[in-house]
Ligand binder design. Structure first.
Ligand SMILES: [Zn+2]
Length: 99
């Protein structure tokens, strides 16, 4: 395969590295970031061992928490705006700061 910067790849014999992103090349080696590790891989090895990760595959691997924290809305105290909490009985408790 042709290695291009910005491409997502995995290493066939180093699957534990997970998915890497090609950061660039100096004509002799390519630089691929796997997590917080920047690996330098000779182009001849890269072409043999790196495998492209498709956009579909990448999407499927994304953490589910992507939606962000605003999904389930928590009631807030009308006085101070702090989030309210449910008590052991399941009822929303009065604000501990203002009550
Ligand atoms: Zn309050």
């Amino acid at each position: 395969m042709t290695i291009e910067a910005g491409q997502h790849v995995r290493h066939r014999s180093r699957l534990e590295w997970g998915i890497g992103k090609v950061e660039g090349s100096n004509g002799e080696s390519v630089f691929v970031r796997f997590g917080d590790q920047l690996k330098t891989i000779k182009i001849s090895f890269a072409e043999e061992f790196l495998e492209a990760v498709t956009a579909v595959e990448l999407e499927a691997l994304k953490p589910v928490a992507r939606a962000g924290p605003a999904v389930g809305r928590t009631p807030q105290c009308p006085e101070c705006g702090r989030a309210l909490f449910r008590g052991a009985d399941g009822e929303w408790r009065a604000c501990s700061h203002c009550a």
